[in-house]
Design a protein around this ligand. Structure first.
Ligand code: DSN
Length: 442
């Protein structure tokens, strides 16, 4: 064994101490990555359960294994609750992530070489929607011909008129779109679902709405209702604003159920992570009971934080549109450095955000390594019970880091002080354990 190599016992101990240390940081930090959240203790209980050690291939009631009685009961409940939450006729909770849910939709409704449209990454698109040259799931894995929507930077949204012209032009060259992909990873304002649905009808194409980021807001009835507006398929991950475990789900219509079921199993999964399915079922129940309030508080907090940062001189984009209609904000930090530098500065103070491309970064010669922006989300802080006054305090702390270059140690202790009274998960049925308690069952 080389000198610095860990033996098995040392490795074992190191793994446990790293996990515990992570929980200590989370207790004292401001977690603001827009794609994350803290699930309720009950969801964590589901994740630690024996469900995670079992197989249940196939559909509820038609499994190809024995021993599935309770697994089936829970998955059937998840499906029922999902239908109510998302106004869907069909729910498949088996995709193991949002990317798998998207790949299932690409596989069910398009063939290699088919044309699809999506947002570019600097205009908010997710990597699973992206072109082959970027290694995106649609382009590189399903081999789809990905074209991008013309984008209205002023309003941070898809330019519908220019999209209509682009699609006409592509059609004249013999390329009809198979899928219009909507939804995004920087998702500030609802996408023009109705308009794209109208356009899609002309070409007999499908509209796929990737609502991973906003699923909890949709469940709470404060963002657009994609199926209600006419989308064919609504894919999501279940852990962002929805605050469940890391997993995926597809919501759609009965007429597409068989095509979707077939690709999800056996096409894209054998087993589908039954502990996560139980967690999803719990998160759906929490959403039905509590997210009307939770979703509204998230959006209020985002707008409040946007305004407070803006008033302190930080260039939060889209002020004229009220900054955001969702859980996130996009900030141009180029006056003070690049997104990477600001992300690291904030991290030193236990304020956790991510660097992000801005829609105009490419023109400025910036790329994802050192983009011009940061993206922040308020969904996790809201889940911990924070409200408007805490958003204003956070704006002060962020200003101290970004503009005043204050001492990280001082800011870290102020962050910990602010966090002291916000240790429980709200908007759930039971919260005996604190949000970031490291729970030992060994
Ligand atoms: N890449 C994630 C995000 O942060 O938006 C989504 O998968």
């Amino acid at each position: 064994m080389a000198k610095n190599e860990l033996n098995a016992r040392e490795a074992f101990n190191k793994i446990l101490s790293s996990m515990e240390a992570h929980h200590e940081v989370m207790k004292n930090a401001l977690p603001m990555i827009a794609s994350e959240n803290v699930p309720s203790p009950v969801v964590r209980e589901a994740l630690a359960s024996d469900f995670g050690n079992r197989y249940a291939e196939g559909w509820v009631g038609e499994r190809v294994y024995a021993g599935c009685r309770y697994l089936d009961e829970v998955e059937a409940i998840a499906i029922e609750l999902g239908k109510k939450l998302f106004h869907a006729e069909f729910i498949d909770v088996r995709p193991v992530s949002g990317v798998f849910a998207n790949l299932a939709a690409f596989s069910a409704f398009a063939n290699p070489g088919d044309l699809v449209l999506s947002c570019t990454i600097p205009t908010g698109g997710h990597i699973s929607h992206a072109k082959k040259t970027l290694g995106g799931t649609a382009g590189a894995i399903r081999d789809l011909d990905v074209q991008n929507y013309p984008f209205d930077e002023e309003n941070f949204n898809i330019d519908v008129d220019k999209t209509i012209s682009l699609v006409k032009e592509l059609d004249s060259k013999g390329k009809k779109p198979k899928i219009f992909i909507l939804g995004a990873s920087v998702f500030l304002f609802p996408h023009p679902v109705k308009e794209i649905v109208e356009l899609a009808k002309t070409y007999d194409s499908k509209v796929l709405y990737d609502g991973a980021h906003v699923a909890g807001l949709i469940a709470g009835g404060i963002f657009q209702d994609p199926l209600g507006e006419g989308a064919d398929i609504f894919t999501m991950s279940t852990h962002k604003t929805l605050a469940g475990p890391q997993h995926g789900t597809i919501a759609s219509w009965s007429k597409y159920s068989e095509s979707i079921k077939r690709v999800v199993f056996p096409g894209l999964s054998s087993n589908h992570h039954l502990h996560a399915v139980a967690g999803v079922a719990i998160a759906f129940a929490e959403a039905l009971e509590f997210y009307h309030e939770y979703a509204r508080n998230i959006v209020t907090n985002s707008k409040t934080l946007g305004q407070a940062l803006y008033e302190r001189g930080i260039n939060v984009l889209y002020e004229k549109k009220g900054f955001t209609d969702s859980h996130m904000l996009l900030i141009d930090v180029t006056k003070y450095g690049n997104g990477f530098e600001i992300e690291k500065k904030l991290e030193k103070c236990n304020i956790i955000v991510n660097r992000n491309l801005l829609p105009y970064d490419k023109r400025m010669g910036r790329d994802y390594r050192a983009p011009g922006g940061i993206r922040i989300g308020t969904q996790e802080l809201t889940r911990l019970g924070m409200g408007k006054s805490e958003m204003v305090e956070i704006a002060d702390l962020m200003k101290s880091v970004i503009i005043d270059d204050s001492d990280p140690e001082k800011i870290r202790s102020k962050v910990a002080e602010l966090r002291k009274n916000f240790q429980k998960v709200k908007y759930c049925f039971s919260s005996i354990h604190d949000a970031y308690d490291y729970i030992k069952i060994r």
